[in-house]
Ligand binder design. Structure first.
Ligand SMILES: *[C@@H]1O[C@H](CO)[C@@H](O)[C@H](O)[C@H]1NC(C)=O
Ligand SMILES: *[C@@H]1O[C@H](CO)[C@@H](O)[C@H](O)[C@H]1NC(C)=O
Ligand SMILES: *[C@@H]1O[C@H](CO)[C@@H](O)[C@H](O)[C@H]1NC(C)=O
Ligand SMILES: *[C@@H]1O[C@H](CO)[C@@H](O)[C@H](O)[C@H]1NC(C)=O
Ligand SMILES: *[C@@H]1O[C@H](CO)[C@@H](O)[C@H](O)[C@H]1NC(C)=O
Ligand SMILES: *[C@@H]1O[C@H](CO)[C@@H](O)[C@H](O)[C@H]1NC(C)=O
Ligand SMILES: *[C@@H]1O[C@H](CO)[C@@H](O)[C@H](O)[C@H]1NC(C)=O
Ligand SMILES: *[C@@H]1O[C@H](CO)[C@@H](O)[C@H](O)[C@H]1NC(C)=O
Ligand SMILES: *[C@@H]1O[C@H](CO)[C@@H](O)[C@H](O)[C@H]1NC(C)=O
Ligand SMILES: *[C@@H]1O[C@H](CO)[C@@H](O)[C@H](O)[C@H]1NC(C)=O
Ligand SMILES: *[C@@H]1O[C@H](CO)[C@@H](O)[C@H](O)[C@H]1NC(C)=O
Ligand SMILES: *[C@@H]1O[C@H](CO)[C@@H](O)[C@H](O)[C@H]1NC(C)=O
Length: 797
């Protein structure tokens, strides 16, 4: 991420052209003192500019010495003839403080260009005196932490050709933002007859888009991203003769339709209607937009089929039609779009095969066709798309042998073919660049070949999911060389192997999911085996044939300190970004986890980094639950049920204060339920049924919420909620537990007979939750929107 930001910043950004006149004009005294007073009204604060390249330009401003001429000061531009200050560029200058109405800035009445972007004006209002700087043609207040109503007086700036008020929004609160009322907006637009570039993104406008926008005949770029605008979008805006960029993304209540004009060709280069309520079909006249290089209509309500005239948009570099209701085949004319780099048609109802034309598009770095009803085989010709970074074909009806060599494509980072009907032998030996491989829920079968060269090159792998296939035999040992590996999910297969303790040295491994296989044997913890697993946080071994003692030792090192700060919750994720030409995109991939039981569903769309889960249920573990289990701080879920565990329930379990669910049912535990368990205030699910427990059931706190089923099948237990009262001591009630003989069956279904049981069904990899495609010309904005999208998804959804 950080790398990405840095990379992008080297791209050319707007700055004032500073010319060096032969004769140095002397700066006017009143202007240099106004500048100095302006400088002094701020604190220089390096964290005030959210730009890594920021530096305080005003630091060099002084009246003494060689640099006393204000026209030579950094960021100051003077008129060659008159010596008046006409340009001030203090963008990214670490200024912190507010601009008052009496600020000396407003004495610089000759200003034509003012850029204060990327500073921190402490949520103050934009002063109405700005309207006095009537010569301004360029005004840039983006990302500068102004808030409140934009003053009516701004509409007096009728000379403006460029106005940028983007991104004045505090990411961490919903409190601070700029606002425009409809009247101010209308008079602004009415007066800005010369405007070429207008950016009001992130300003809360909450009105309709005034029709007079369609009068701004000089408009070249219009950004109204996330303004809360609603109503019908005026179609006339599409016809503005000079318009090149139109971005109205994230105005969920903005309606409209694709501009269906005959005998007219648009010169728009970028069109972003994403996440609005635009509806209707994409007309055949879509081919009139032949200048488009970027088209994004993600998450609108467009329906009908994709017209084959889309093949006329031969300048397209990115095309994103995902999350609509598009039907029919992918037109083969798509093969004409030979510049295409990003293609996202996911989450529609497209059917038919992958068109051959697609295989012509050798510039493609990203293909997402996920969640459609596409059929047929995956064409081998995809091998020709050697630039591919991301190939997501998840959730379709693809069938037949998967051309496995695609895995070996030299630049492929992410391959997601999960939820299809694909078959074949899975070989991961030659993959070189994959970070994420998800082939879950298909028909891959047989053993995975062990690799001769130990797949040394495959070491970029971070997540692998083979879940829900028919794979058998041994796990590929070469995975031990994948030092970046964070997650491995092989559940619901037929692997017949011992526990992969050879993964224990992988420093980043966080999830191991092995449930529903035929894993067997003891899990040895002697120092000779490389059983360290220092970062493991989710371990699911359930429904296998493991024997021996509980494998809990590695978790003793869980660092409790790490868990203290929950304010910066992050999800286990992988992010893949790439830049092609002026575009970049970023994929954000998370794990998904669902915990379901009879009464209650707990679904985790993302797995928090702080999440700790151990599920070893339905195996053949023996022995006692060790006392040190109380050291496994941060544990949220512990399921030891349906094993052959004996001994007492350790009172130290009461130290696991984060526990939300604890299942010890169907074992041979004896003794009393320790009263310390009442300290577990987050405990929602608790089950000790079908053991040999005796004595009082602890009372109070969470224990008042548990029902009979949590305790039944322990003939020696008494007290609420059981009907058996503790003062009755009736020896005949000590009959053997009926459940023991039915334990440890291979089929989990039968377990539902006994009260509830936590069944972890939905572990696995998450979907792609986010993708950003952007134009690096507006880099900072897109970094901002990246943060918006992932930091504030609630607001944007
Ligand atoms: C610097 O600015 C940040 C806001 O970006 C603020 O929280 C902090 O208090 C400021 N520090 C000083 C010394 O003004
Ligand atoms: C920023 O605003 C707060 C609250 O209005 C105020 O207390 C603080 O002094 C201001 N800081 C600066 C540097 O202006
Ligand atoms: C501007 O006005 C504020 C009070 O509103 C005052 O504290 C400050 O000294 C004034 N600054 C100048 C430069 O006059
Ligand atoms: C600035 O504009 C205000 C009204 O917005 C006006 O009252 C004031 O006289 C103007 N000041 C100058 C110096 O022009
Ligand atoms: C405003 O300034 C920022 C920072 O210099 C720049 O990234 C942005 O492109 C500018 N906006 C316009 C419309 O020039
Ligand atoms: C231009 O702005 C002035 C005041 O700022 C306003 O009164 C006037 O109505 C605006 N003109 C148009 C055409 O909206
Ligand atoms: C698409 O291009 C073809 C050939 O260049 C042309 O005949 C056709 O009219 C175009 N269609 C549209 C809708 O522009
Ligand atoms: C693919 O490209 C070839 C040659 O560049 C061209 O002849 C063919 O028509 C293209 N196919 C499609 C379906 O666009
Ligand atoms: C892939 O490329 C090879 C040679 O570059 C070519 O012979 C083959 O026809 C291409 N396959 C497809 C499906 O385009
Ligand atoms: C992997 O590469 C080796 C040699 O480079 C080759 O023999 C083997 O067929 C390849 N396997 C796959 C599945 O591509
Ligand atoms: C697992 O593999 C072992 C040895 O390879 C074999 O003896 C055993 O029968 C297999 N078990 C199952 C359930 O396939
Ligand atoms: C944990 O539990 C044990 C037994 O209940 C107790 O001795 C110990 O002090 C507790 N606290 C910690 C922090 O381990």
């Amino acid at each position: 991420m950080f790398m990405l930001i840095r990379l992008l910043y080297i791209l050319p950004l707007f700055h004032l052209i500073h010319t060096f006149p032969s004769k140095q004009p002397l700066c006017h005294d009143d202007e240099s003192s106004a500048l100095l007073h302006f400088k002094e009204s701020f604190i220089i604060n390096n964290s005030a500019s959210s730009d890594p390249d920021a530096y305080p330009r005003v630091r060099s401003w002084r009246l003494e010495g060689e640099n006393s001429d204000c026209c030579s000061w950094d960021g100051v531009d003077c008129d060659e003839d008159t010596g008046h200050v006409i340009g001030l560029d203090l963008s990214s200058s670490c200024l912190y403080g507010s601009i008052n109405s009496n600020s000396t800035l407003f004495r610089l009445v000759h200003l034509q260009s003012l850029n204060l972007a990327y500073n921190h004006f402490n949520y103050s209002q934009i002063p109405s005196q700005l309207g006095n700087l009537s010569r301004l043609t360029y005004l840039n207040l983006s990302s500068s932490m102004f808030s409140g109503q934009i003053p009516f007086e701004v509409s007096k700036l009728s000379q403006l050709s460029s106005l940028d008020l983007c991104c004045n929004y505090d990411l961490f609160s919903d409190k601070y933002f700029l606002q425009f009322n409809e009247l101010s907006l209308t008079s602004l637009v009415g007066n800005l007859t010369r405007i070429e570039n207008l950016d009001l993104s992130g300003v809360n406008i909450f009105s309709t888009v005034p029709n007079i926008f369609a009068n701004l005949s000089n408009l070249r770029t219009l950004y109204l991203h996330d303004c809360g605008m609603h109503g019908q979008f005026p179609p006339g805006i599409f016809k503005l003769p000079n318009l090149r960029v139109l971005d109205v993304k994230y105005n969920q209540d903005l309606t409209g339709s694709w501009p269906d004009f005959q005998y007219w060709s648009s010169r728009l280069k970028e069109l972003d209607l994403g996440r609005t309520s635009f509806t209707g079909e994409l007309p055949a006249s879509m081919g009139n937009f032949g200048s488009l290089i970027g088209l994004d209509i993600v998450d609108c309500n467009f329906s009908g089929s994709i017209p084959s005239s889309i093949g006329n948009l031969t300048n397209l570099i990115y095309l994103r039609l995902s999350n609509n209701i598009l039907v029919g085949n992918i037109p083969s004319s798509i093969g004409n779009l030979i510049q295409l780099t990003f293609l996202d048609l996911g989450h529609n109802q497209l059917s038919g095969p992958i068109p051959f034309g697609l295989l012509n598009l050798t510039q493609l770095t990203m293909i997402n066709l996920g969640y459609n009803q596409l059929t047929g085989p995956i064409p081998f010709g995809l091998m020709n798309l050697t630039q591919l970074n991301i190939l997501a074909l998840v959730g379709n009806v693809f069938q037949g042998q998967f051309p496995m060599s695609i895995i070996n494509l030299k630049s492929l980072n992410l391959l997601d073919i999960s939820d299809n009907y694909l078959s074949g032998i899975l070989s991961i030996c030659n993959m070189t660049s994959l970070h994420i491989l998800d082939v879950s829920n298909n028909y891959f079968s047989g053993s995975i070949p062990q690799c001769l060269n130990n797949m040394v090159q495959g070491s970029k792998l971070r997540m692998i999911s083979l879940r829900g296939n028919k794979l058998q035999g041994l796990l590929p040992r070469s995975l031990a060389n994948c030092s970046m590996l964070e997650a491995i999910d092989v559940s619901n297969n037929q692997f017949n192997d011992t526990f992969p303790s050879w993964l224990g040295n992988l420093p980043n491994l966080k999830l191991i999911l092995l449930q529903f296989n035929k894993f067997y044997g003891q899990i040895l913890e002697s120092p000779e085996t490389n059983y360290h697993f220092c970062n493991l946080q989710i371990l699911d071994l359930s429904n296998n044939k493991f024997t021996g003692k509980l494998p809990l030792n590695p978790f003793r090192n869980w660092n409790a300190l790490k868990l203290v700060n929950e304010s910066h919750l992050t999800y286990i994720h992988a992010e893949i970004s790439s830049i092609v030409g002026i575009y970049y995109m970023s994929y954000y991939f998370t794990y998904k986890m669902k915990i379901t039981n009879k009464g209650l569903d707990m679904a985790y769309d993302e797995v928090l980094e702080i999440f700790r889960v151990i599920d070893v249920s339905s195996n053949r573990f023996v022995g006692e639950i060790p006392d040190f289990i109380g050291d496994l701080k941060g544990l949220r879920m512990l399921n030891l049920s349906n094993n052959f565990l004996t001994g007492h329930i350790p009172p130290s379990l009461g130290n696991l204060t984060m526990l939300e669910s604890l299942d010890l049912s169907q074992n041979r535990l004896s003794g009393e339920i320790p009263s310390q368990l009442t300290q577990l205030t987050f405990l929602e699910l608790f089950n000790v049924s079908h053991n040999h427990l005796t004595g009082f059931i602890p009372q109070g706190k969470q224990f008042d919420t548990f029902e009979n089923s949590s305790f039944e099948g322990n003939s020696g237990l008494c007290g609420n909620p059981l009907s058996k009262k503790c003062w009755i001591s009736d020896p005949s009630s000590l009959s053997p537990s009926p459940s023991i003989s039915e334990q440890n069956q291979d089929f989990p279904g039968s377990l539902f007979e006994f009260g509830w049981k936590i069944v972890l069904v939905g572990y696995g990899f998450g979907l792609i939750v986010g993708m950003i495609i952007g134009n690096t010309m507006a880099t900072r904005k897109h970094v901002y929107w990246l943060m918006m999208t992932f930091g504030l998804r609630q607001r944007l959804r």
